[in-house]
Design a protein around this ligand. Structure first.
Ligand code: PEP
Length: 233
């Protein structure tokens, strides 16, 4: 079983998310795709997590039940939709100011709530250019404070330089990093993300140490996401 997830980022409305999810449910009910599938819509478009063939997850939430945190949503808002899956540590959130300690606090809170957590790590081009050891040291720093024995943890390796660029890391680059990360992560599922698209899904998923993919732009059109799923086995 692989894990295939779609991160909508700041795309789609509630209406188009509903259409996308209805179409995805119909597609998955006609195919026997042996994978775990998750969709992360923006928070204004969260839908009841009641689809049979995939989960709805949240791209972000604050580590609180409720309270005075303008612009944030907390556990109460997720519970209203029975959401139990959360993305933490995405490079775009880190870029917006979330430091490692904040990511770790978020992780600790939602792990305590028994959430499934997709936890993202990834290096900049500058770090990549310093070599594999520097890259690994940086990636390990992004795991600081994260309980790697948490059973509902999924890690996504998403090199920042490959995200949204249209050009994924090469198969060799993915293999090198995943092999080293697996030594630290053991049995924790490890996804790759960064310009995954229908054309490269199959070869990326066939690599040793790749347990799935986290997809941004190529997952926003239902036809393209279904094609990725078609190519995933
Ligand atoms: C992402 O941001 O999680 C991502 C993988 O984006 P893209 O597929 O567009 O590179």
């Amino acid at each position: 079983m692989k894990i295939i997830a779609s991160n909508f980022k700041t795309n789609h409305t509630r209406k188009s998310t509903q259409e996308f999810c209805d179409a995805l449910e119909s597609f998955l009910s006609h195919k026997s795709i042996p994978h775990k599938v998750a969709v992360f819509p923006p928070s204004t478009a969260l839908l009841e997590n009641a689809f049979k063939h995939f989960s709805i997850g949240a791209q972000n939430a604050y580590f609180v039940q409720n309270g005075s945190f303008t612009g944030e949503i907390g556990l109460e808002q997720l519970e209203e939709f029975s959401i139990q899956t959360l993305l933490i540590g995405h490079s775009e959130r880190r870029f917006l100011g979330e430091c490692q300690e904040f990511c770790a606090q978020k992780f600790a809170y939602f792990a305590k709530q028994n959430f499934e957590i997709f936890y993202c790590i990834g290096e900049s081009l500058n770090t990549k250019n310093q070599g594999l050891d520097s890259t690994l040291a940086f990636l390990e720093s992004q795991l600081q404070g994260i309980d790697l024995s948490y059973p509902k943890l999924i890690v996504a390796y998403e090199p920042i330089w490959a995200i949204g660029s249209g050009v994924s890391a090469t198969l060799d680059e993915i293999t090198q990093v995943h092999t080293r990360l697996k030594q630290k992560l053991g049995k924790i599922p490890l996804l790759y993300g960064g310009s995954v698209k229908p054309q490269n899904t199959s070869e990326i998923l066939s690599l040793n140490g790749v347990d799935g993919v986290l997809v941004g732009s190529a997952s926003w059109e239902i036809e393209s996401f279904c094609q990725i799923l078609e190519n995933s086995f």
